[in-house]
Ligand binder design. Structure first.
Ligand SMILES: [Fe+2]
Length: 546
């Protein structure tokens, strides 16, 4: 009997141990890479604490379907994009979610399975050979328009972006995109609207950046980059074109052609009032295996600084990799850049493989994601002229990314950035928090909940340029693991107190970057068009209503 009792006690202890290890297992984290359900029609929720000064819509997208026809992507980054819209006004939050009607998705639906073509990490099981009668089996060029990474707000519409020269048009009201590339007026003939006139002879567009940045103190002039790949060896080497997009006229104009070593790849770069800063550290080689992920190579080529006349200055420092930049601005002696730096290539299987993402043992190895936030100073004058000084400004062992600042401070001196922090409990990668870091006051504030996995926080200013830098709201989507669905959280950016938490009816998988379009923007566009094109202006209510 005693033996049985002992057995029972041991069994109960084991069950208890299993239960407690289950509690520690990042409940619901795998929903970040689990396909979303059907589109969600516009659904409104009461948000009585929403300030009346907030009137507009927040858009954020990400991959949300990861399999089709019995095949699945090995990297969630290849998933079919879906956009989420949160309209904020009159004490309500109205939520709509819709899969992007891209050529990438349509071709797969027509084929009945994932299409052949470039992917980050391949498909399982292996795709069969392309049926020779099916012209849509292999995707390339403008068909690869799965642009769920970021949104560039232009006149009356958004341009959906990824790290390619292809930008697709988003209708803010219908949440539909137009297949193929934006038809730039300055494009050369027969280039599908993409190839700019400034592209070098015998060069082809290769990559773009998903993070064009508005030049401070301009009226809607954004800076963007485009890789130019040499088609012939005797026509010059690889180039990066740095160019302006005037979002009022939609004209593109070249700022500089920057000669670079190899096919440089920049997910983001810096723009201050007088400079563009390109930390060159990663390049695309030939894929060594089935996926694009194997094409990334170390490609350190210094930090290139381009001034308003297009003159280039190169700074050297110990090599690093980067993905995102919090802000870039000028001070008395040079340029300050706050950014996330990596010791290893950031686009690696550990960051992009779905199997490793959902494997707790694997993701909790802290060395996999060695990353810091650094303040880098490029000295343009003074005793250290020509040198780079660096300072780590993030907590040791944690990971910080998805930086966001008050947009009025972009490219200008600022104190505060907001971000997502992983390893918040110093143990688990999936221990996540939203952070506010005030560099001037040397203070951090956090929002976090157990088993809740936030995406990028977005700052919506409620003041003006003379208001406090944190005078506004911080909004983000967070996946509530135990509920199995996502919440839309609105914080007071100053205090980090919750203003409203909206429990959404569905889970939203991994998200990239968001954009807030104020209702006032619609009115401004309409007023401008009434002068330029009254007929078009009359239709604007039906084409741009948020
Ligand atoms: Fe990004």
């Amino acid at each position: 009997m005693a033996l049985v009792q002992n057995f029972m006690i041991v069994a109960m202890l084991l069950i208890g141990a299993q239960a407690s290890s289950f509690e520690d297992a990042d409940i619901g984290y795998d929903l970040l890479v689990t396909s979303a359900g059907a589109d969600v029609p516009r659904t409104c929720f009461k948000a009585p604490q929403l300030p009346t000064s907030v009137d507009g819509a927040f858009f954020i997208s990400g991959p949300a379907k990861f399999e089709m026809g019995g095949y699945h992507f090995k990297s969630f980054f290849d998933g079919y994009g879906r956009i989420n819209r949160f309209e904020l006004r009159d004490g309500e939050v109205c939520f709509t979610a819709k899969f992007l009607n891209t050529s990438y998705l349509h071709a797969a639906e027509n084929l009945g399975r994932i299409c052949d073509g470039p992917t980050f990490y391949g498909v399982e099981p292996k795709l069969p050979s392309c049926p020779w009668r099916h012209p849509m089996c292999f995707l390339g060029g403008a068909q690869v328009d799965n642009n769920w990474v970021n949104i560039l707000p232009v006149k009356g519409e958004g341009l959906m972006l990824t790290d390619s020269p292809i930008m697709t048009r988003l209708n803010y009201e219908t949440l539909t995109v137009e297949a193929g590339n934006y038809p730039w007026a300055d494009s050369t003939a027969h280039s599908g609207g993409m190839m700019p006139g400034f592209i070098k002879k015998a060069h082809m567009p290769s990559v773009g950046s998903a993070h064009p940045l508005r030049r401070p103190k301009t009226d809607g002039v954004y800076v963007e980059i485009m890789g130019e790949m040499a088609m012939l060896p005797f026509e010059g080497g690889e180039m990066l074109a740095v160019y302006n997009i005037d979002t009022n006229t939609m004209n593109r104009s070249l700022l500089a052609h920057v000669p670079v070593k190899g096919a440089q790849y920049l997910h983001s770069f810096g723009v201050s009032e007088h400079y563009v800063v390109l930390p060159l550290n990663l390049k695309m080689g030939m894929p060594k295996s089935g996926g694009l992920i194997s094409a990334f190579e170390a490609g350190w080529d210094g930090i290139h600084v381009i001034d308003l006349e297009g003159k280039i200055q190169v700074f050297e420092t110990h090599p690093f990799f980067h993905v995102h930049i919090a802000n870039t601005y000028e001070n008395e002696t040079g340029i300050v850049m706050n950014l996330g730096t990596f010791g290893e290539i950031p686009f690696s299987p550990h960051a992009l493989s779905t199997a490793l993402f959902v494997n707790k043992t694997s993701r909790d190895i802290r060395g996999n994601f060695s990353q810091n936030v650094e303040r880098i100073h490029l000295h343009l004058s003074g005793p250290l002229k020509g040198n780079v000084t660096r300072e780590k400004i993030s907590p040791l062992g944690r990971q910080t990314d998805f930086f966001k600042i008050n947009d009025m401070k972009n490219g200008m001196p600022n104190c505060i950035y907001y971000a997502v922090e992983w390893f918040h409990d110093d143990k688990a990668y999936a221990s996540m928090a939203v952070m506010k870091h005030d560099l001037c006051a040397n203070q951090r504030m956090y929002w976090n909940k157990q088993y809740s996995y936030p995406g990028e926080p977005f700052f919506i200013a409620t003041g003006n340029e003379t208001s406090a830098e944190d005078d506004g709201l911080l909004v983000f989507v967070t996946l509530d693991g135990p509920r199995g669905a996502s919440d839309f959280v609105i914080l007071d950016a100053k205090t980090f107190k919750e203003i409203q938490v909206v429990q959404l009816p569905t889970h939203i998988p991994f998200l990239a970057h968001g954009q807030f379009i104020p209702h006032a923007a619609k009115e401004a566009v309409k007023a401008a068009m009434e002068v330029e094109d009254p007929i078009l202006a009359a239709t604007i209510d039906s084409t741009f209503q948020i």
